[in-house]
Design a protein around this ligand. Structure first.
Ligand SMILES: Cc1cc2nc3c(=O)[nH]c(=O)nc-3n(C[C@H](O)[C@H](O)[C@H](O)COP(=O)(O)OP(=O)(O)OC[C@H]3O[C@@H](n4cnc5c(N)ncnc54)[C@H](O)[C@@H]3O)c2cc1C
Length: 445
């Protein structure tokens, strides 16, 4: 064998060896990452976050080539991961439907679906103009199935543009349009109605802002700019709740618009060619058309006790970091109650009142954290108790034992007693509902 041949054999062998080493390192890295994702999935299952509740990505394993583009594009954390060379969901119930994974996947392996085979999601029937099967009642925003602030804003605007096209101004009702709900869809709809000179009113059961303000989460992400009527393009890609709220308020104010807050709509009935919109307060408003922008979270259930109307009583926890040195009563035994009590416990005196003898069906992680907080004396739990009345500086709990009452000094009360979903409200108004078991909301054609 000549020397050059030997040299070549050595070089080729070294190159092959190097390739083998690189492949082995790559495979080991892939195995390690798969294990990490497996562990995250196990944790997500334990925490009850693995099963999707509404919108979520579905991956076609046959088309996925594990580029990881979906994971990089998702603004949320650990919704997707790569396991055994394919993308998979981890905390699917945390998906809020940005759709960034859908757009980022180079092989179109992702579809965005709503509901699952096991868990259906109720959706109202709406046509391409956002009108329901009841002529004159329209739906926009998350209630129609699409999540996200920018989608709600877009739909609110388009729905009102469609209403304006068919609205006959000659009618006996007080308003041309009643907009129910002042989240992103309702705000955008109100601005559009003003722009199109429609005679309208916006009713909100709570305060301006919508769902995103009911969660103890600071960061708001918007994956693309939104176009707000009478304002123009809003290019806030990452913002805070307070900045967004300020923006809503200033746009409404500049255009002389007010939202009627603390005005919960109880029912809508059709009478003589127009609608009667009945409020919880007993007030009745007549209108030619109605736009429902009420989201999907429903209305918090009230306890119906004395003092519940006091200002210190709330059904959602906003900005827990700003609440200090208060005597707080949290009512409820679900995850929202536990999470809120934990968020308040470090800097306040928190008592949790729950009507049963133990917690049922709370996330294991919450259970663990809560047990730790109880042992550390951070939360005082009162099982088998029910609030009897709320006073300015105190609350009274019934303790289950014959006539026994517990008196507690109190500054703030947070009630998490579940809620009424919008389904019943819609059915009462005559709107048809269908359960969706994994239907595609965004899919490649
Ligand atoms: C934890 C969490 C984080 C999120 N983060 C983001 C994010 O970062 N970026 C993003 O784009 N989206 C985010 N979203 C999704 C976003 O909040 C919703 O998609 C959006 O708020 C939907 O707007 P909407 O106007 O359709 O409904 P909602 O915002 O739900 O507003 C509905 C309004 O109607 C009112 N209402 C309900 N019933 C009645 C009634 N009977 N009478 C009067 N008023 C009524 C409610 O009080 C509420 O104010 C998040 C959602 C959650 C849950």
């Amino acid at each position: 064998m000549n020397e050059t041949l030997v040299e070549n054999i050595v070089i080729y062998s070294l190159v092959i060896l190097l390739c083998l080493v690189v492949v082995m390192i790559y495979l080991r890295k892939q195995k390690r990452e798969s294990k990490q994702v497996e562990a995250k999935i196990a944790k997500a299952k334990e925490d009850g976050l693995y099963e999707p509740v509404s919108l979520h990505p579905v991956i076609d394993e046959g088309s996925c080539i594990r580029t990881g583009a979906c994971i990089a594009a998702c603004p949320e954390h650990d919704i997707l991961g790569i396991k055994d060379g394919k993308a998979t969901t981890i905390n699917a119930s945390r998906c809020i439907g940005h759709g960034a994974c859908f757009h980022a996947c180079p092989t179109m392996a992702i579809t965005l679906c709503i509901g699952t085979e096991k868990r259906g999601v109720d959706l109202p029937h709406i046509n391409q103009n956002f009108e329901t099967n009841v002529d004159g009642i329209y739906i926009a925003g998350e209630l129609g199935g699409m999540g996200l602030i920018k989608n709600a804003v877009e739909q609110g605007k388009q729905a009102v543009a469609n209403i304006a096209k068919t609205l006959r101004k000659a009618h006996q009702a007080t308003y041309d349009l009643v907009i129910v709900g002042a989240g992103p869809a309702g705000i955008s709809a109100s601005l559009m109605a003003k722009k199109l000179n429609i005679n309208f009113i916006t009713l909100e059961q709570d305060t301006l802002g919508g769902t995103v303000f009911t969660f103890p989460r600071q960061k708001i992400v918007m994956t693309s700019a939104m176009d707000l009527p009478l304002y123009g393009k809003v290019k806030l890609f990452e913002t805070s709740k307070s900045a967004l709220l300020e923006l809503w308020k200033s746009v409404l104010e500049k255009n002389g618009l007010t939202v009627k807050e603390n005005a919960k709509v109880e029912s809508i009935t059709e009478v003589d060619g127009h609608f009667n919109v009945e409020l919880l307060s007993g007030e009745s408003i007549t209108t030619k058309t109605v736009l429902l922008t009420i989201g999907r979270r429903g209305t918090p259930r009230k306890l119906g006790i004395d003092g519940e109307m006091l200002e210190k009583v709330a059904y959602r926890l906003l900005e827990p970091e700003d609440i200090h040195n208060k005597n707080i009563l949290v009512v409820g035994g679900g995850d929202s109650a536990i999470e809120s009590a934990l968020l308040l416990a470090d800097q306040n005196k928190v008592t949790l009142s729950y009507r049963s003898a133990s917690f049922a069906r709370i996330k294991p992680a919450n259970n663990e954290k809560f047990k730790e907080a109880i042992s550390a004396g951070k939360v005082d739990v009162r099982f088998n108790t029910n609030p009897l009345c709320i006073n300015k500086d105190s609350v009274v709990l019934a303790t289950g034992e014959e006539g026994e009452e517990l008196y507690l000094e109190n500054d703030l009360v947070y009630i998490f007693a579940g809620g009424e979903l919008p389904t019943e409200f819609l059915k009462k108004a005559g709107i048809n509902i269908t359960k969706k078991f994994g239907d595609a909301v965004l899919k490649h054609s």
